[in-house]
Every structure is written in structure tokens, then in C-alpha cells.
Design a protein around this ligand. Structure first.
Ligand SMILES: NC(=O)c1ccc[n+]([C@@H]2O[C@H](COP(=O)([O-])OP(=O)(O)OC[C@H]3O[C@@H](n4cnc5c(N)ncnc54)[C@H](OP(=O)(O)O)[C@@H]3O)[C@@H](O)[C@H]2O)c1
Length: 327
């Protein structure tokens, strides 16, 4: 363990989950920053953090912080990541990494020019069951992988002011939920080559449902669903010519899976035994990268996060969702 000193930017829902997982993993949670002093102090008290800052600027300027975890709404990720990088801090940025590909490209350029790590907090990629899924595929057990099928569907608040529905905050099922199956299909099958998307747009102009069909550079296809209106199975399948992997609910969190051959023989059963929510694995990966002097993730290079944002831009255009920042 390198003992990177973590600073948490923003004190909302996911910041709490992440801080809890850092604590479970025994990592060094050094500081927190919030727009409001009371929130920073309450968060610091909850997690035993020594330094509470009443602005994001003060957090990134704290000389005792090495890496900033950015947990603000996606519409603010660009601004906050640039702030942290300008201050010389590495960044782990919540998904969706930005509102669009243009913003993500700017972060990549600044991180590269400063020699700092920029990494998207697509925690699913770093989970132990996903490590095993990739090993099985690389070992040829599935044969030629032809398809990925996955949903990320939840029944979430319909309040127009809620982050998920407010366009100004980057609301929409695609950027909050759909990014998981898109990133997963990308991981397994490679770049999305052709994309068709249809969906439903709610009263605020944010998408509430999206169905995505894509062809991939690796030759396979994917069929993906995101919904913030109704909870579905939340399972994923990787289908090959010799066998398939069925990942149980909730596939994007620590999950069990089965590998079954085309003749119905059970080839492997994987049971998940992960402490906490599972967000610590991406943090451990970030620590290892920095310790070995690298500034990009091998599991999810930032260039791939940018390319995924470009695909999400394309899907959003097909759904007819435009953020006010883009007008
Ligand atoms: N990895 C996951 O499983 C997961 C799950 C849920 C969400 N997320 C991602 O994490 C990010 C935050 O989501 P969340 O659910 O934690 O949101 P949330 O509960 O609404 O918290 C967001 C926090 O961002 C800060 N903030 C800065 N500018 C803001 C603004 N203009 N309006 C509102 N809040 C602002 C606030 O912290 P202060 O008041 O302390 O400044 C607020 O508490 C999103 O990008 C989301 O996609 C990831």
C-alpha cells in the first residue's frame, strides 16, 4: 500500500459510500471539501477525517492531499477535475466522467501535460468478479464472443429538481445508469462501431429510458437498456460460440455468475465475497498506478473514457437530449 492521501470533493450520496469503502480497505482518508462548512464538518466527523474544508478550492490546495475523488454531479466534474489537476492533484472522477466528450478531452489533456493520474471511477471494471470474467474470456472458454446483453434499470425519484432529472445537473438515465452497460459492452467487445438508440424523454428534457443496439470493433453486438422509471432484472450476459456467462443481479456491483456451455453443462460457478459496496478496488488500483509512476489506468485508459463519452454523445443526440451547457 502506497498510502496515498485521499481528499473527497462533495459530500453527497456516493461520497458517503466511497468513504465507507476506503475505510473498510484501510486507505488514508485525509480531507473532505464541501460548498458548506457544516456539511464538510459533519462528513469529517462521520468518517474520522482530520481536515474539513468549506470550499473545493481549499480542499485541492491542501498540501496533505495527493488525490481527489470527485463526487459532484456530472455537470460539475469538468470544472472540479480541472481545479484539482491545476493544483497538482491526481483525480478519480465519478462516472459519467463529464457531460460530454469535449469536456473529457480537456481533462485528459491537462492530466497528461501535468503528468498526473486521471481515472474514471467506473468501479465495476475493478470488481473481482469482472477480473475473473475477463480471465475466462481471455482463456478462450467462451469461444468467439459474439454478444453482450445487459440492463441497468431502477425506479428512481421523478422529482424534476432531483439530480437525475435536472438537465442543468446532467440528469438522465443514460449518463447515470446506461453508462454501466455501455462501458461493460465496450470492455468485452471493444469500441462501439455502429450505434442505434431509441428512448423516452421526460418532462424536464432528460431521458428516462434508453435502448441501445450496437456493433463493436471486435465483431460482436450488444443490446443494452437503461431506465430510471422501472427496476428490471439488472443482469448481464456474455455470449460466445462455445459458452456463455450469466452474471446475476446486481451485475455491476459485486456479483455471482455462472459459465454454461452451449450444451447446458455448468463449467464454473463464481460466488462473490466482497466487503462493503466494492468501490475500494478502483481506489486500490489508483494507488498502485501512482506508486508505479503511471498516469493512466490499464483497465480503463482515460482515452477510452473519452471515447465512451463520444458514444454517449451520439446516443443522446439520437434520443434528443441536449444539456443547457451545450446550447
Ligand atoms: N459509483 C456509483 O455507484 C454512483 C452512484 C450514484 C452516483 N454516482 C455518481 O456520483 C456523482 C454524484 O452523485 P450523488 O448521487 O452522490 O449526488 P448527490 O447525492 O446529489 O450529491 C452530489 C454532491 O455534489 C455537490 N455539488 C456540487 N455542486 C452541486 C450542485 N450544483 N448541485 C448539487 N450538488 C452539488 C454537493 O456536495 P456539497 O454540498 O458537499 O458541496 C452534493 O452533495 C454523479 O456523477 C453520479 O453519477 C455514482
Amino acid at each position: 500500500m502506497t498510502g496515498l492521501r485521499w481528499g473527497i470533493l462533495a459530500t453527497g450520496g456516493i461520497a458517503h459510500a466511497f468513504a465507507n469503502d476506503l475505510r473498510i480497505a484501510g486507505l488514508n482518508l485525509t480531507a473532505v471539501g464541501s460548498r458548506r462548512r457544516e456539511s464538510a464538518e459533519a462528513f469529517a466527523a462521520e468518517f474520522g477525517i482530520r481536515r474539513a474544508h468549506s470550499s473545493y478550492a481549499a480542499l485541492v490546495d491542501d498540501p496533505d492531499v495527493d488525490i481527489i475523488y470527485i463526487a459532484s454531479p456530472h455537470s460539475r466534474h469538468h470544472e472540479h477535475a480541472m481545479l484539482a489537476l491545476e493544483a497538482g492533484r491526481h483525480v478519480l472522477i465519478e462516472k459519467a466522467v463529464t457531460l460530454d466528450a469535449e469536456e473529457a478531452t480537456a481533462i485528459q489533456a491537462l492530466a497528461q501535460s501535468r503528468g498526473l493520474l486521471a481515472m474514471e471511477a467506473m468501479w465495476t471494471r475493478y470488481l473481482p468478479h469482472m477480473v475473473r470474467v475477463r480471465e475466462i474470456i481471455a482463456g478462450g472458454v467462451l469461444g468467439d464472443v459474439r454478444a453482450v446483453v445487459a440492463d441497468h434499470t431502477q425506479s428512481l425519484p421523478t422529482d424534476p429538481a432531483h439530480r437525475l432529472n435536472a438537465l442543468e445537473l446532467g440528469g438522465g438515465a443514460l449518463l447515470d445508469l446506461g453508462i454501466y452497460p455501455v462501458s461493460f459492452a465496450w470492455d468485452i467487445l471493444g469500441t462501439m462501431a455502429g450505434i442505434r438508440a431509441v428512448g423516452t424523454v421526460g418532462p424536464t428534457g432528460a431521458d428516462t429510458e434508453a435502448v441501445i443496439a450496437a456493433t463493436h470493433s471486435g465483431g460482436g453486438v450488444s443490446s443494452l437498456i437503461a431506465s430510471s422509471r422501472a427496476a428490471g432484472p439488472n443482469v448481464a450476459h456474455v455470449i460466445g460460440t462455445r459458452a456463455r456467462i450469466d452474471i446475476d443481479a446486481v451485475w455491476y456491483t459485486p456479483a455471482s455468475f455462472r459459465v454454461t456451455s452451449t450444451d447446458g453443462t455448468l463449467l464454473e460457478k463464481y460466488a462473490s465475497e466482497t466487503a462493503g459496496r466494492g468501490m475500494q478496488f478502483q481506489a486500490l488500483a489508483a494507488e498502485e498506478l501512482v506508486a508505479s509512476g503511471r498516469t493512466d489506468s490499464d483497465l480503463l485508459p482515460f482515452g477510452e473514457s473519452v471515447a465512451i463519452m463520444r458514444a454517449l454523445d451520439d446516443i443522446r443526440a439520437q434520443l434528443g437530449v441536449v444539456y443547457p451547457q451545450e446550447r
